[in-house]
Design a binder for this molecule. Sequence first.
Ligand code: FAD
Length: 286
Amino acid sequence: MKIASLFSEKTVFSFEVFPPKKTSPIETVFDTLEKLQGLNPDFISVTLGAGGSGNGGHTLTIARRLKEQYGITPMAHLPCINYTREQIDVLLEQMRENGIENILALRGDKIPDVEPAKDFIHASDLIEYIKTKGDFDIAGACYPEVHTEAENMEEDLKNLKKKVDAGATHLISQLFFDNESFYTFLDSARSAGINVPIEAGIMPVTNSKQITRMVSMCGASLPRKFTRIIQRYEDNPEVLRDAGIAYAIDQIVDLIASGVDGIHLYTMNQPYVAKKISEAIESLIK
Ligand code: FAD
């Protein structure tokens, strides 16, 4: 099923999972998948490291298992910065063979000391290329608080529009903790002529180290009511997890009440957290 077709029917609710490290067996993620599928998301996306030789095999195995074993529509992430055209061709062929119709086309983060492959400079280049390679539904990433390499929102939105014009049928946002920043971005995106559905990326915070790492990578701003939680409970993992779940639910309720197109939950492969959130918002997303 093409994910783009879902947005006209309902508020889309999706999950994101990541494959185990290359050194770990693929089976270590199966238990997580089984528990997540019971929560009945509209689709599950599977990340793929930007390293080039990375874990593409694991990503495709997980995507295929989601579809065949659990009947869940998968979306495979595909970062292009360190892949040659030939490597992308191989991955697209494998997706086709495995019946994977939905791709999140990404540039990927630059890796220090790794020279990019240079066949694809921006995600929009990859989207244009995939369009010539078959009948895939292609999504792109967007940044409510501006991508770290962009000068400002205006420039970032101009580039985002190129992605949509190249063929992205919907967008998934970077995580954010301040809904107001998402609403400002959404208004600006619509004014810039970006009219495809935009899912809000929500990451429930479950430990303080994770949040420090994520925020340093993506530059998300932290509202005071959020930092108060971190400061108060950083040494009490169980309470921090519960407070993080409550914060995410509060964000999601506000987003849905405001008419958001969809919620993309960064599950961090934690079914307990995804379950608590899914149960809390179940009646809102029907
Ligand atoms: P682009 O759209 O290429 O944008 C990157 C920068 O270039 C921006 O500053 C943009 O303004 C600018 N730009 C874009 N197009 C043009 C253009 N045509 N001309 C000039 N400038 C342009 N990374 C992974 O490696 N694997 C994953 O699985 C993964 N999953 C992700 C999922 C989501 C929902 C999100 C939000 C991010 C994910 N990332 C992943 C991280 C992502 O790869 C990085 O954020 C990366 O730095 C940018 O990727 P992009 O696709 O947005 O790039």
